[in-house]
Design a protein around this ligand. Structure first.
Ligand SMILES: O=C(O)c1cc(=O)[nH]c(=O)n1[C@@H]1O[C@H](COP(=O)(O)O)[C@@H](O)[C@H]1O
Length: 275
């Protein structure tokens, strides 16, 4: 099944736009696991299992695993998600971007090694750096557009031909590069005005990955109102640290579930088109 179809079904089945970000930092693990890089899989598996009822997607961030030589644990986590939560899309956050021959390797890493339904990439090396991902025509490729961090403005707000660069990226991705209809864009929840501008530019169908609620302080109401399509879907709103580290005590699993549920409910409270 294609990425966008799986995501559309997950939005409906979970009644959620929340993406649970899996950014495991052993220094922030609950007391019983703290500092244990060898327990990354155990921590992430527990978080995935307990938050699954509230999630439309999972998004592991590869750097948190690679920095601790824990790619084998990321493989195990991806296998676990695909086996135990097969209807929840797995988005590998890797933010790759390189010349075609190298991009072929990155695509194989995301889609074959980790079995991801979608992967995040940078647009700045252009169309031939995206092309190799199309060898997996049913998988998603989610392109950085207006990122959530303040420094994203350094380049993404530069005027090009009378409009900011991030809107040119949105245009390129939506109108030229989207050969199989499986592309999406990353737009930060910390920039709701830009989120609305991107949604207006690309139309209703293209999915947006929207990080920045929770630890980065993005406003849920403004985010939902800016980025949802008329059907009340269209977004994977990511929260990582606020869920993962909701409690450092013995109740860490329940606390993560509670924050995930509350975040889903807060999002749902502002979605249009729901009875
Ligand atoms: O591509 C991303 O996921 C991403 C893009 C962006 O613009 N901003 C951003 O924060 N992210 C990722 O989203 C997650 C945000 O984590 P929290 O701030 O802890 O919710 C991290 O994994 C970031 O790497």
């Amino acid at each position: 099944m294609s990425f966008t179809r799986k995501l559309t079904q997950a939005w409906a089945a979970s009644d959620s736009l929340l993406t649970v970000g899996l950014d495991p930092d052993p220094a922030r693990f609950p007391a019983e696991l703290r500092g244990r890089a060898d327990r990354i899989f155990d921590f992430c598996r527990a978080i995935a299992d307990i938050t699954a009822p509230y999630a439309c997607a999972f998004k592991p961030q590869i750097a948190y695993f690679a920095a601790r030589r824990a790619e084998d644990q990321l493989e195990a986590l991806c296998r676990h998600i695909k086996e135990h939560h097969p209807d929840i899309p797995l988005v590998l956050d890797a933010k790759r971007g390189d010349i075609g021959s190298t991009a072929e390797q990155y695509a194989a890493e995301a889609f074959e090694r980790y079995g991801a339904d979608a992967v995040t990439v940078s647009p700045y090396m252009g169309s031939d750096s995206i092309e190799p991902y199309f060898a997996w025509p049913d998988r998603g490729v989610i392109v950085l557009c207006r990122t959530s961090n303040p420094g994203g403005s350094d380049l993404q707000f530069l005027e090009t031909g009378g409009e900011p660069l991030y809107l040119r990226v949105a245009d390129l991705v939506a109108k030229k590069w989207n050969r199989h209809g499986q592309l999406g864009l990353v737009v930060g929840a910390t920039f709701p005005a830009e989120l609305a501008a991107v949604r207006a530019r690309i139309g209703a169908d293209m999915p947006l990955l929207v990080p920045g609620v929770g630890a980065q302080g993005g406003d849920v109401q403004a985010t939902v109102q800016a980025g949802c399509n008329a059907a009340g879907t269209g977004m994977m709103i990511n929260s990582s640290r606020a869920i993962l580290y909701a409690s450092g005590g013995d109740d860490w699993r329940e606390a993560a579930a509670r924050v995930a549920r509350e975040t889903r409910d807060a999002i749902n409270g502002f979605r249009p088109g729901r009875s």
